[in-house]
Design a protein around this ligand. Structure first.
Ligand code: C2E
Ligand code: CA
Ligand code: CA
Length: 673
């Protein structure tokens, strides 16, 4: 692993004081040693000068044949050579003049090296003094070897006489002074000083370095903290960016990113290759309610994976639009599966069981597809609306299937758009009217009451509630619509009961969407009061799937209404996977068995068994049992046998206009009377 740079710097801070102290001490040592050597050299030269002039003075004094006594002549030398002088710095200086006095040229210097130097001086191979600094036998020696030259005639005479040969002239080399200074002690002392300086500067530099290291460490810590902070910040930003464009549960792109991609794809040619797919799970609510939210979440993740395994185009994108709604966009290419194949593959991929915590789930989905080519407009919104319309068609065609947007769906979409546009005005203008279908008491064959059902004549065409109610729910007009029907229902019940002097019970339907808005119970009671209807004669029908989806809010509203005397009916029982514990807790006054259980009951034992079970269950919950969709007497007999109290269906009457319903009531009362 590579060391971070700041660690290296800190290491450097440890090495620097040692090296710098060493350099400083060494420099001090070299400088002082050099200085000492120079001083000593100068002193030796002075000494030689002094001795020389001393000798010369005495030899001149002895001119005229008098031999200068050797002891006298050499006083200057002997003065030093006998007792080496030690100066204040501990330097010992000695002066020697090798050989027999007066016979220097035949010197008997014991050091062969020095002897050779002297001989070379005598032979005039060397001129001037020789200065050297050497380590000898563990001592540091400074030495000057200087030729001693006879400079006066008396001097030369004397030498010639002593040598018994008259061969020398003035200027001939006669011998050499050797002046040695032993600087060992002073060098050691300097070394000691240098050591001291080394220690002092090491401590000083160490302290400085320590301070510097602390400062550096602080800077490094600060930088590290800043880097860490930046990292955390950029991670948080990345996370935030991810969440802005992705669904946190499945990790798929979200609606925003999907729209962006679709916009981009539609700007690239060829536009006709762009395919949009919307996928909606069938019965996802039921999974959530019966198996729990963690199972629901796991299922959504599984669905995401299955979609990704189908849309493998590099440029394709699978997104979660929200809830159980997914979407994909991809480009058609000759070597890739076409929209038809993809639709089929998605539906097939969802058929496999999904097992989670012992729950076995059959996902199942409906798929709507729109190809830019098939679609008149090419904006992302139009294309998505096309895919949505295809999805809607797939759902109404029995789910677990796919549809590709085409002319027929386009017409349907156009119609839905028109209905959505005209419905609010229809509600506001009282164009929505109520029809009344009798609910018959099976035991007596007399009307038990009526169910009010909404009707709309758009221009010259009747639009059925199965078509406009879902649109009203989607566009938010449903609340006004339901309350308008309720008002007519209340007015009908009040009018007929006044006319015939008998209580007329009335039922009205409430859509799921109403429970999402506040003040529903208050609005209902205001209508009931205004119409003068006894609340005991009103029953509100809520479809089972509605009750299951928003159980808490539905229960709270219905309980409030119950306190005022209004009854509640569970509509379409058997289709919504109600939890029995909910139903037991609330105890609906009425349970309406869905029409699908009575249809085809004659020729199928299994359906008959199912009908019997569901009726028994409704009775077991203590409610009045209503069976819807009775069309034949055979069906009526079965219903009677099973103990259901109320029947509703074409056998007794189709939904009737106000006057027809009034007439129906009149004839019934007339029959009794
Ligand atoms: P629903 O509440 O289950 O109403 C019963 C539906 O079954 C009615 O259809 C009725 O005409 C039909 N029906 C009754 N007896 C028979 C029979 O013997 N055979 C057959 N084939 N059908 C029978 P409709 O009026 O078309 O209403 C359909 C659905 O629209 C209703 O089902 C209800 O869910 C909804 N709806 C109708 N009016 C309103 C309303 O004012 N508000 C709300 N929220 N929903 C409404
Ligand atoms: Ca109903
Ligand atoms: Ca029903």
């Amino acid at each position: 692993m590579k060391e971070p740079p700041h660690k290296k710097t800190l290491w450097g801070l440890t090495a620097v004081p040692i090296v710098s102290a060493l350099l400083f001490a060494s420099a001090f040592f070299v400088a002082t040693a050099w200085e000492a050597a120079v001083v000593e050299r100068n002193q030796r030269a002075q000494l030689i000068d002094m001795t020389n002039s001393f000798v010369t003075a005495f030899s001149n004094a002895g001119a005229g044949g008098t031999v200068v006594p050797a002891t006298f002549r050499r006083m200057g030398i002997d003065h030093y050579s006998e007792r080496p002088r030690t100066d204040a710095y501990g330097v010992e200086t000695s002066v020697t003049m090798p050989g027999t006095p007066g016979l220097e040229i035949h010197t008997s210097e014991p050091d062969g090296r020095l002897k050779r130097i002297i001989q070379r001086l005598a032979a005039k191979e060397l001129t001037g003094p020789i200065v050297e600094n050497r380590i000898e036998n563990g001592n540091f020696i400074g030495r000057t070897i200087s030729p001693s030259i006879a400079t006066s005639a008396s001097c030369v005479d004397c030498h010639n006489r002593l040598m018994a040969e008259e061969v020398y002239q003035i200027g001939d080399v006669m011998g050499a002074f050797i002046v040695e200074s032993n600087m060992t002690a002073s060098i050691w002392r300097n070394a000691g000083f240098s050591g001291l300086i080394f220690i002092v500067s090491l401590v000083g530099a160490g302290l400085l370095a320590q301070r510097e290291r602390g400062r550096m460490q602080q800077i490094v810590n600060g930088l590290e903290a800043q880097v860490h902070l930046e990292q955390v910040k950029s991670e948080a930003e990345a996370q935030q960016r991810f969440l802005l464009s992705h669904d946190p549960l499945t990790g798929l792109p979200n609606r925003t990113m999907f729209h962006d991609r679709l916009d981009t794809e539609l700007k690239l040619a060829p536009v006709s290759d762009v395919v949009v797919v919307v996928v909606d799970l069938d019965g996802f609510k039921t999974v959530n309610d019966t198996s729990g939210h963690s199972t629901g979440d796991a299922l959504l993740c599984e669905v995401a994976q299955r979609l990704l395994s189908v849309i493998t185009d590099d440029r394709g994108l699978v997104a979660r639009l929200g809830g159980d709604e997914f979407a994909a966009v991809f480009r058609h290419a000759p070597d890739r599966p076409d929209a038809d194949t993809i639709g089929h593959q998605i539906v097939t991929a969802m058929q496999d069981d999904f097992v989670f915590e012992n729950n076995v789930i059959k996902p199942g989905c409906s798929v709507g597809i729109a190809i830019a080519d098939h679609h008149a407009g090419v904006t992302a919104t139009e294309l998505l609306r096309g895919a949505d319309a295809a999805l809607y068609t797939a759902k109404t065609e029995g789910k677990n299937t796919y549809r590709i947007f085409d002319a027929a769906i386009s017409a349907l979409l156009g119609r839905r758009t028109e209905i959505a546009a005209r419905l609010p005005r229809a509600v506001a203008n009282d164009d929505i009217r109520a029809v009344f279908q009798p609910k018959m008491c099976i035991a007596t064959g007399l009307p038990h009451g009526f169910e009010a059902l909404a009707r709309w004549r758009m221009d010259d065409e009747d639009v059925g509630p199965d078509e406009f109610i879902p649109i009203a729910e989607k566009t938010g007009v449903i609340r006004d619509l339901d309350l308008a029907v309720l008002q007519m229902a209340a007015e009908f019940a009040v009018a007929t009961s006044a006319e015939f002097g008998q209580p007329v019970r009335i039922s009205s339907n409430l859509s799921a969407q109403n429970f999402h808005t506040d003040g529903l119970a208050e609005d209902i009671m205001a209508i009931v009061k205004k119409a003068g209807l006894a609340p005991q004669h009103l029953t509100l029908e809520v479809t089972e799937s509605v009750a299951v989806e928003n159980w808490d809010v539905v229960e709270a509203t219905l309980r409030t209404l119950r306190q005022h005397g209004v009854s509640a009916a569970l509509d379409d029982f058997g289709t919504g996977y109600s939890s029995l514990s909910y139903l037991r807790r609330f105890e609906f006054e009425e349970i309406k068995i869905d029409r699908s259980f009575i249809t085809n009951i004659n020729d199928d034992d299994e359906i008959r068994f199912l009908f019997e079970s569901i009726t028994d269950m409704a009775r077991g919950l203590g409610a009045t049992v209503v069976v819807e969709g009775i069309e034949t007497t055979a069906q009526a007999e079965i219903v009677a046998l099973r103990g259901a109290q109320i029947g509703q269906g074409y056998l007794y009457s189709k939904p009737l206009e106000w006057d027809e319903a009034r007439a129906f009531l009149k004839s019934s009362f007339d029959r009794v009377a």
